[in-house]
Ligand binder design. Structure first.
Ligand code: FAD
Length: 595
């Protein structure tokens, strides 16, 4: 019989939630193996197309009942395909009580107590604050429309090297210029320098008690074929003292559900309380002459806007509705966002009757694509999503190479609907003021859509409504930790990655302490001089290994940085300069165009 493979720590998934603890634990001297379901691509491997055999190999569309979710499927996870908007969650989020009327976050976690960890992530990625000169035309248009309607709008912070970015607008495919600061460029290579081993195309199936002394859990995986993930080419098991689940909010609960019998039960909150982060996308179809006459904008001679597809996908947002004094389910942010033409089908066509997938009205709508502006509202939802029984293998049933059927049901609660309606009304009031645009909903397909799944294995103080304690440890299963978006208890009213990463930073400090209790022998490694991009992290990891404690930060939320109508106008002018001079003149971009 072959010997069972063992290591100190198995980390499942390589996104924000996996990469950060993997780095710290290996920097602290633990042997770490990361099992990642998707393939590994380097900067030069990314493509700029939406072909089935390229785009879909790194992204999954998981269709549930009532909700469809888009998620990364590659080494680096969502950080590779995301739009990199990097915002701290407002303070009131950590006080939310949801529909249960009970404090949902652990009381040990507040915005103040997370600020030090937010600081650290922002400096490691790093995150850059876009200036008005760096926002896209669409971002400038959104700012100008907000300003004219009496609202503020701000350029957003993004995890992008703004000097290196060509604004090619292919962020969703992974950045071929290496400008997007995904996990591939920071925590993961740093972890590998500390001897972490990353194994792509390894899809974890379940966890069971270990069979070898010194180990606590056995993790079973399938190795999948790179050209069709439905085909299993090998299987294996690896045993470890600690298991860290970071397979994302659509993956982690499924692995745990499948493991329930072998592990002797699961907390009831595993696979419950799914939140789509309150995501709600709606559309403004702008009247170009009104853009010129009411907003005074002109992108090029005779062309007021017609630039939906140009520039980075997320550049500006209004924080006006993130008002802590408002009641729950009425607070949200409104963010300009871009989606490629494949989503044309989702927008209603603006005529009475159910939305249709074809016909003259739909055709007319899509011919105006250049004059679109989509706005993402991130609202407070009711955590009403529930996972059914797990599929035989994997996280969902792969119906084809490109699409999956998930076990998620999302029966929209009245409170969630209330938040969406309030956000819809706010966007409508802004974009339809004086006939500037026509406001339309995304109704095609019937489902809601989210790229921000959360809360499916959430932490909290109350065992009745949370699966994890405030140190991310799975209740009743010492040595199993969940460090991805599943652990976040509620929707955040802003994009979630920075909060997931800050929580992962926080838990890394705790893991270095708890790991010792669980049998890890930790001694800070010295980072190789080859790895020069993270001296800051190297330094703090040593400190962490020795003394895992951090003070509370006291930074305030950035919503005070309001724009003025003049600011919005400058944004637009800046966008012209940026797009024409920087984008087109960039040698990498022109090389791409001419290839
Ligand atoms: C198109 C798009 C745009 C986005 N834009 C933004 C944005 O601008 N700002 C923002 O804050 N957020 C954005 N997000 C969301 C953000 O990417 C996620 O919130 C974040 O990546 C979640 O981190 P995570 O660690 O929880 O999981 P993930 O990053 O999803 O990582 C989970 C990893 O686990 C792997 N995995 C899953 N199942 C298994 C298994 N069974 N075995 C082994 N490995 C497994 C997955 O392949 C993946 O690599 C965007 C997401 C998408 C899809």
């Amino acid at each position: 019989m072959a010997a069972v493979e063992t290591t100190d720590v198995v980390v499942i998934g390589t996104g924000f939630g996996g990469a950060i603890p993997a780095y710290y634990l290996s920097a602290g001297g633990a042997r770490v193996v990361m099992l990642e379901r998707g393939p590994r691509l380097a900067t030069a491997d990314f493509t700029q197309d939406l072909r089935l055999d390229t785009y879909t190999r790194i992204v999954d569309l998981i269709n549930g009942t009532g909700m469809s979710v888009v998620a990364g499927n590659c080494v680096g996870g969502g950080s590779v395909v995301y739009f990199a908007a990097s915002l701290r969650a407002p303070s009131f989020v950590f006080e939310r009580q949801g529909t249960l009327g009970r404090h949902l976050w652990p009381t040990s976690i507040t915005r103040g107590s997370l600020d030090g960890y937010y600081d650290r992530v922002e400096s490691v990625l790093p995150v850059a604050q876009q200036s008005w000169d760096e926002v896209s035309y669409a971002g400038g248009l959104w700012a100008a429309a907000c300003a004219r309607a009496g609202h503020t709008c701000n350029p957003l912070p993004v995890a992008v090297d703004l000097q290196q970015c060509t604004s090619c607008n292919w962020m969703l495919n992974g950045c071929v210029f290496g400008a997007k600061r995904s996990m591939l460029l920071n925590y993961l290579p740093a972890a590998e320098t500390c001897a972490t081993e990353i194994r792509p195309l390894h899809e974890v199936q379940s966890i069971a008690p270990a069979t070898t002394s010194g180990s606590r859990y056995a993790v079973t995986y399938n190795q999948v074929d790179p050209s069709d993930y439905r085909v299993v080419v090998a299987s294996g098991t690896i045993e470890a003292k600690l298991v860290i689940l970071a397979a994302g909010a659509m993956g982690t609960p499924v692995i745990l559900q499948r493991s329930a019998a072998a592990l002797g039960g699961m907390p009831a909150a595993v696979g419950r309380y799914f939140s789509p982060n309150g995501d709600r996308v709606t559309l403004g179809v702008f009247d170009e002459s009104k853009v010129r006459d009411l907003l005074g904008l002109e992108r090029a001679p005779g062309v007021p806007y017609a630039a939906y597809a140009i520039g980075r996908p997320i550049t500006t947002a209004s924080y006006d509705y993130l008002d802590a004094s408002l009641p729950e389910f009425s607070r949200f942010s409104l963010e300009q966002i871009y989606f490629p033409p494949i989503v044309d089908i989702l927008a209603e066509d603006g005529v009475d009757g159910p939305p249709v997938w074809f016909g003259v009205d739909k055709r007319t709508l899509t011919t105006k694509f250049a004059s679109w502006l989509t706005v993402l509202a991130m609202t407070e939802d009711a955590n009403e999503g529930v996972f059914g029984p797990p599929p035989p293998t994997g996280n969902f049933i792969r119906a084809s190479v490109a699409a999956g059927v998930g076990q998620l049901s999302y029966p929209t609660a009245p409170e969630t609907r209330q938040g969406w309606d309030a956000a819809d009304a706010a966007v409508k009031a802004i974009v339809e003021k004086d006939g500037l645009a026509q406001h339309l909903l995304w109704k095609g397909g019937g489902n809601g859509y989210s790229a921000h799944p959360l809360s499916t294995c959430r932490m909290g103080d109350d065992p009745a409504i949370s699966a994890l304690d405030d140190q991310h440890e799975l209740r009743g299963h010492p040595g199993i930790f969940v460090t991805d978006g599943s652990a976040v208890p509620t929707s955040l009213c802003v994009n979630p990655s920075l909060t997931i990463a800050a929580l992962a930073e926080r838990v890394s400090a705790l893991l270095l302490q708890r790991g010792t209790e669980l049998g890890l022998t930790l001694r800070a490694r010295v980072l190789s001089t080859r790895f020069r991009t993270m001296p800051f992290v190297a330094m703090i990891s040593v400190r962490l290994a020795l003394n895992a404690s951090f003070g509370d930060g006291s930074s305030t939320y950035i919503e005070a940085d309001n724009s003025s109508p003049g600011g919005a106008q400058r944004a637009y002018d800046g966008a012209v300069l940026f797009a024409l001079n920087q984008l087109v003149a960039d040698p990498k971009f022109t090389a791409y165009l001419n290839r």
